[in-house]
Design a protein around this ligand. Structure first.
Ligand code: BV8
Length: 247
């Protein structure tokens, strides 16, 4: 397991603003399968990228709704991982800190992180598929998916599907956080999905130091000044503890 290089601690201590992008790898240690992991049980025959699309919802709304209900159940029973907790602590010790997540599980907020930029939405919220507004979860009924109380349209999870635009506010604040930071940490993401993966390029273009934390190689590993091969749960608590030590 990678140890944290002292130069990285120094770089973080000297940093003016740190921006973090997390992917499903940080929630793997909360027991939530990543997008690369094969799906299990009744969902084993489907690929997430084939279910997380407007076309899948249009052709089989019940199947897509049930897939999200299965994932919501998993998320509600999951606990934040040591990595989620360490990021919440780091935010309090660094002078400037922005957290962007591709995850829709809300675990950063449950670990105490504030002002989380939910780049792909949040699975625990529903929205009307017709009016595109967030709707309170209705009492369980016999209709699946449930209907919008205002217009009768089908409800859907408030997440960004493949082929859908990133919510404007999240897109803008994430872009700003990537442009302004002097250190960018990419944690637990395969860096394959855009425009999220483009945030690393924006940070590099603006002269930021790129740090990657991932047990595997990704397309950004070669661009990182610090590429730490290991899990978020093992590395981030070391990072957070080192930042708290007296200089
Ligand atoms: C857009 C929410 C345009 C939903 C997600 C054809 C048609 C349409 C679009 C495209 C197309 N071709 C390409 C595109 C663009 C597409 C895209 O990038 N596709 C990829 C597959 C090539 N992007 C989009 O469609 C985006 N929208 O382009 O819209 C547009 C513009 C304007 C107007 C209209 C339209 C929207 C993409 C968002 C999709 N939604 N999630 C849901 O969750 O159900 S994406 C989803 O997959 C995740 O949110 C995440 O972003 C991505 C998975 O990536 P990761 O998080 O990185 O997870 P992954 O499993 O891949 O990797 C895990 C990593 O963790 C691994 O590296 C592993 O080594 C590591 N790891 C494992 N354990 C640990 C660990 N690391 C640390 N610690 C550990 N313990």
């Amino acid at each position: 397991m990678a140890r944290v290089p002292p130069q990285l601690i120094e770089t973080l201590r000297q940093s003016r603003e740190v921006t973090v992008l997390t992917g499903s790898g940080i929630s793997a240690e909360s027991g939530i399968p990543t997008f690369r992991d094969a799906q299990t049980g009744i969902w084993a025959e489907f690929r997430p990228e084939d279910l997380a699309t407007p076309e899948a919802f249009a052709s089989n709304p019940r199947r897509v709704w049930d897939w999200y209900a299965w994932r919501r159940e998993m998320v509600s029973e999951a606990q934040p991982s040591p990595g989620h907790g360490a990021l919440a602590r780091m935010a309090r010790t660094l002078s400037g800190f922005n957290l962007i997540t591709q995850n829709v599980d809300g675990l950063h907020q449950r670990a105490g992180s504030k002002d989380v930029i939910e780049y792909h939405g949040n699975i625990m919220r529903d929205k009307c598929s017709v009016e595109d507004v967030v709707v309170e979860r209705p009492a369980p009924g016999d209709e699946v998916p449930p209907r919008c109380p205002a217009c009768g349209g089908m409800l859907r999870p408030d997440v960004v599907w493949f082929g859908e635009a990133i919510p404007a506010a999240a897109l803008e604040s994430a872009q700003l956080a990537a442009e302004r930071c002097d250190v960018f940490l990419s944690i637990g993401t395969s860096s394959l999905v855009y425009p999220a993966a483009g945030l690393m390029e924006i940070a590099l273009r603006n002269g930021a130091t790129l740090v990657e934390i991932n047990p595997a190689q990704t397309p950004v590993t070669k661009l990182a000044e610090f590429a730490l091969t290991g899990t978020a749960g093992a590395i981030l608590p070391q990072l957070s503890a080192a930042l708290l030590e007296p200089e």
